[in-house]
Design a protein around this ligand. Structure first.
Ligand code: NAP
Length: 244
């Protein structure tokens, strides 16, 4: 039977690339999205057209009870969950001076609390199974900070700490937990950045280009494989050398 992978925020960008790559690797893909059903349906169709198996579920990862219901339905229908990729994320950028409470709370709620919510409900299943892998998508800015992103960097630094604590808690039950820190990747999230901000990022990337979602997905596929069984609690950058 094929392994089951839950990927949050899989309707677009990096999550979409992860879904397509893991489907290629033989996983049954649970596509999660918040509101863009059209994009989610397109990912589902692409996986099925390539001979893979997938199902899409709408769920706001920031809502604890919604996530509980979502994961229960997946478990009841598919029997197990072997891989969780906490990828869903948002930005609400502005300088701290101008940042209102809602912009801070919203970003923490999706990026950090969402990671907690999904891990909390999926890990119960994995702990019983005594096997499983969790990959959290953080960001290099969680390591180095970034102007205009106090909310986002705090959420991503939180994900790094959360990853390490979970890795220690779950290790004896055969569950690995790792984080991937992408740098500057071409997606809708980075599309709208001002040219000046983009130029500034690029000038700090030794490989001198933005990354592609697929380049993050390849690492997820490796961490999700048996080849990565002895790797846990790590944060691995996919950033063209931006942070070293
Ligand atoms: P994106 O293109 O904006 O896509 C975001 C995805 O997350 C969409 O599928 C969206 O669903 C989903 N989502 C947002 N809020 C959600 C919620 N509350 N519940 C469930 N799903 C939700 O973003 P991306 O660039 O691919 O980023 C993916 C991850 O990589 C994020 O965690 C981001 O922080 C991280 N990252 C990105 C970069 C970069 O340069 N792009 C760099 C470092 C880290 P809908 O389609 O329904 O809206």
């Amino acid at each position: 039977m094929s392994k089951v992978a839950v990927i949050t925020g899989a309707s677009r960008g990096i999550g979409r690339a992860i879904a397509l790559k893991l489907a290629e690797e033989g996983f049954t893909i649970i596509i999660n999205y918040r509101s863009n059903q059209e994009a989610s349906d397109a990912v589902l169709k692409e996986i099925e057209n390539n001979g893979g198996k997938a199902k899409a579920f709408q769920c706001d990862v920031s809502q604890f009870d919604q996530v509980a219901d979502f994961i229960k339905v997946v478990k009841d229908e598919f029997g197990s969950i072997d891989l969780l990729v906490n990828n869903a994320g948002i930005t609400k950028d502005t300088l701290l001076m101008r940042m209102d409470e809602k912009a801070f709370d919203d970003v923490i709620a999706v990026n950090l609390k969402g990671t907690f919510n999904c891990t909390k409900h999926v890990s119960r299943i994995m702990l019983k199974q005594r096997t499983g892998k969790i990959v959290n998508i953080t960001s290099v800015v969680g390591l180095i900070g970034n102007i205009g992103q106090t909310n986002y960097t705090a959420s991503k630094a939180g994900v790094i700490g959360f990853t390490k604590a979970c890795a220690k808690e779950f290790a004896l039950r055969g569950i690995t937990v790792n984080a991937i820190a992408p740098g500057f990747i071409e997606t809708e999230m980075t599309e709208d950045l001002a040219d000046k901000v983009k130029e500034n990022f690029l000038s700090n990337i030794p490989l001198n280009r933005m990354g592609k979602s697929e380049e993050v997905a390849h690492l997820v596929a490796f961490l999700a494989s048996e080849k990565a069984n002895y790797i846990t609690g790590q944060v691995i950058n996919v950033d063209g050398g931006m942070v070293m």
